[in-house]
Design a binder for this molecule. Sequence first.
Ligand code: ADE
Length: 256
Amino acid sequence: MRIDVVSVFPEYFAPLDLSLIARARQRDLLSLHVHDLRKYTHDVHRTVDDAPCGGGAGMIMKPEPWGEALDDITAGQQKPHLLVPSPAGVPFTQEMAESLAAEPWLMFACGRYEGMDQRILDEAATTMRVTEVSLGDYVLFGGEVAVLAIIEATTRLLPGVLGNADSLREESHNNGLLEAPAYTKPAVWRDREVPDVLLSGHHARIRRWRRDQALLRTAQRRPDLLAHIPEDDLDRSDREVLRGVGVEPGARGMAE
Ligand code: ADE
C-alpha cells in the first residue's frame, strides 16, 4: 500500500518511524511519504491560509497550495483515495479501516485552522474519490492526530504487518462486540486472582466465558453496538446472558 500525507506540520508524523509501522515500511509492505504543504507556496511568508469569505472567526486554508500539492503528488494515471479529516466528516470505524486496508493508494490532506476552502475538495473530487472522515464527536486543532489514528488502524490490517493474525480476530470491534478483559501471570497479584476458568485449560469454557464477558461489557458500555448484531449471530447462551442484564435480544431498539 502507498500512503501520502500532506500537512503544514510534517514533524507530527515522526511516530510513523517507530515500531510496527516502521517495520512495515522497512519490509516494503507500506510505502509512506509525508509532504510539507508550504513547499507549494510562493510568497515569502509561505502563506497557506486567509480570512473566511463572508466573515467569521479563524482562518481558512487557501486553495492554491493545495491544488498544486495534489496535482504534483497525484500526477499520472492512477489516483489515490483522498481522505480529509474533519469533525464534519463521516465517522471513522473499524469497518472503514478494513475497507481502506484493501485499497492500493491512500492520500491524507490535513486541514488546520477553521478548515479548507471547499473548492479544494470539489476540484479533487473530479479526478479522485474524496472522503471527509471524522475521528469522533469532538474538535481537534487539525487533522494530523486523526490521520495518525487512521493510518495505524488501517495499516495494522495489512497482510504481514501484525506478527500474529489471530490477535486481529479476537479484538474489540472485530465481531461487533467489545473485547473481554485479559489477564496474564502471576495467577495472584495483590490478592487479585485471575479468573479460574482462564487457568482451567478448558478451551470451550474459556471461549464461552470470553463471549459472556464481551456481551456484558458491550451491554454496559456500548449498548448502541448490540443493535447491529444480526439475530442469527446470537446463540441461546448469548440470549440468556443479555436477558440477565435486562437486554431483550432481537427486540426492536435493543440498543435503547
Ligand atoms: N479535525 C479536527 N477535529 C477532527 C475530528 N474530530 N476528526 C477528524 N479530523 C478532525
